[in-house]
Design a protein around this ligand. Structure first.
Ligand code: SAM
Ligand code: DTB
Ligand code: SF4
Length: 340
């Protein structure tokens, strides 16, 4: 594929029949980097203002003690990582954090819980948090694990905008990472979210020892869903001591850039989020990812249990790259001054 090849027409967001084959995706993924970047950036410019970035702030509303065995996760009760199991936060505490996130410039507030899935009484409490956060004028996102029939509808009634549930990797590599829930169960939850009319946030992790084929297969599954996700988080593994993946080799930053570029080409209208792993990432790798089509990040000094870049580092990066927060779509206002 050469750089002067015509960029194909972009399918409408809702169009069915995204029929990319694995071979097509792999040849996209493996083409010379400059050709891949050219194509991805061209698609990106057609669908988005390339100098705007969407900021989501993450909060851990229920930390640790999770019964699942996800090999990357510091919150599994099975691994000794020093993360204690805590009770669900109060609504007041969550709303105080949401106010801080809004004042810092975030437009979306994502609440995560270390559950296999929520119990019905948990849903009532999270629903109250969602309504409160929404009343502050923030978009709402939650990630609570697997949903049972009816739960997505309850979250939708509370005003939920996005549900995050990641496929994490390819179906074939999945069983070497997680044994306590199946790929199909994840797909079922995604379908419940979609059927309830909630936007889907779904992506994965790179750097877990997977191959390029696995990354391509994950992107294929995402791009070929009946309706593509609105948000696609691309996490780089944060290696936490005590988890089975603590000794994994570092992910190659160029493979990350390729993954982001392919996500942009395959899912032109999705927000592609450069998610976990930015603390360890160079500014130049991040800049390449933004050129390749990433247009969203987690903004705030903590992810769920691990570090995220300091506000001051992100602000300096945005200034040096000329990026502005997507919060105010009309004014192009730069980020407000930040407490650290
Ligand atoms: N318990 C719920 C679930 O698993 O669906 C929600 C929270 S879970 C922590 C959300 C996502 O965070 C995981 O699916 C995974 O993609 C990501 N994640 C967790 N630990 C990570 C790590 N160490 N590095 C990168 N991503 C991680
Ligand atoms: C997502 O894709 N990444 C976020 C969010 N969705 C919930 C979580 C990253 C977690 C990184 C490890 C931690 O801080 O515990
Ligand atoms: Fe539990 Fe989610 Fe961590 Fe898996 S990723 S162990 S389900 S908190």
């Amino acid at each position: 594929m050469s750089s002067d090849e015509t960029v194909p027409e972009i399918a409408p967001f809702t169009a069915p029949g995204h029929d990319w084959s694995l071979d097509e995706i792999l040849s996209l993924y493996r083409q010379p980097l400059n050709d891949l970047l050219y194509r991805a950036h061209t698609v990106h410019r057609r669908c988005f203002d390339p100098n705007r970035i969407q900021l989501s702030t993450l909060i851990n509303i229920k930390s640790g003690g999770c019964p699942e065995d996800c090999a990357y996760c510091p919150q599994s009760v099975r691994y000794k990582t020093g993360v204690d199991s805590e009770a669900l936060m109060s609504c007041e505490q969550v709303l105080a954090e949401a106010r801080r996130a809004k004042a810092s410039g975030a437009s979306r507030f994502c609440m995560g819980a270390a559950w296999r899935g929520p119990k019905d009484r948990d849903i009532d409490r999270v629903a109250e948090m969602i309504s409160g956060v929404r009343d502050l004028g923030l978009e709402t996102c939650v990630t609570l694990g697997m949903l049972k029939p009816g739960q997505a509808e309850q979250l939708k009634s509370a005003g939920l905008d996005y549900y995050n549930h990641n496929l994490d990797t390819s179906e074939s590599f999945y069983s070497s990472i997680i044994s306590t829930r199946t790929y199909q169960e994840r797909l079922d939850t995604l379908q419940r979210v979609r059927d309830a009319g909630i936007n889907v946030c779904c992506g994965g992790i790179i750097g877990m020892g997977e191959s390029a084929e696995d990354r391509a297969a994950l992107l294929q599954t995402l791009a070929c869903l009946p309706r593509q996700p609105e948000s696609v988080p691309i996490n780089t593994l944060v290696k936490v001591a005590g988890t089975p993946l603590e000794g994994e080799e570092d992910a190659d930053p160029i493979e990350l850039v390729r993954t982001v570029a392919c996500a942009r080409i395959l899912m032109p209208r999705a927000y592609v989020r450069l998610s976990a792993g930015r603390t360890e990432m160079s500014d130049s790798t991040q800049a390449l990812c933004f050129h390749a089509g990433a247009n969203s990040i987690f903004y705030g000094e903590k992810l769920l249990t691990t570090e995220n870049p300091q506000f001051s580092r992100d602000q300096s990066l945005f200034e040096r790259l000329g990026l502005v927060a997507d919060r105010d779509k009309t004014s192009g206002e730069v980020l407000p001054a930040q407490k650290t």
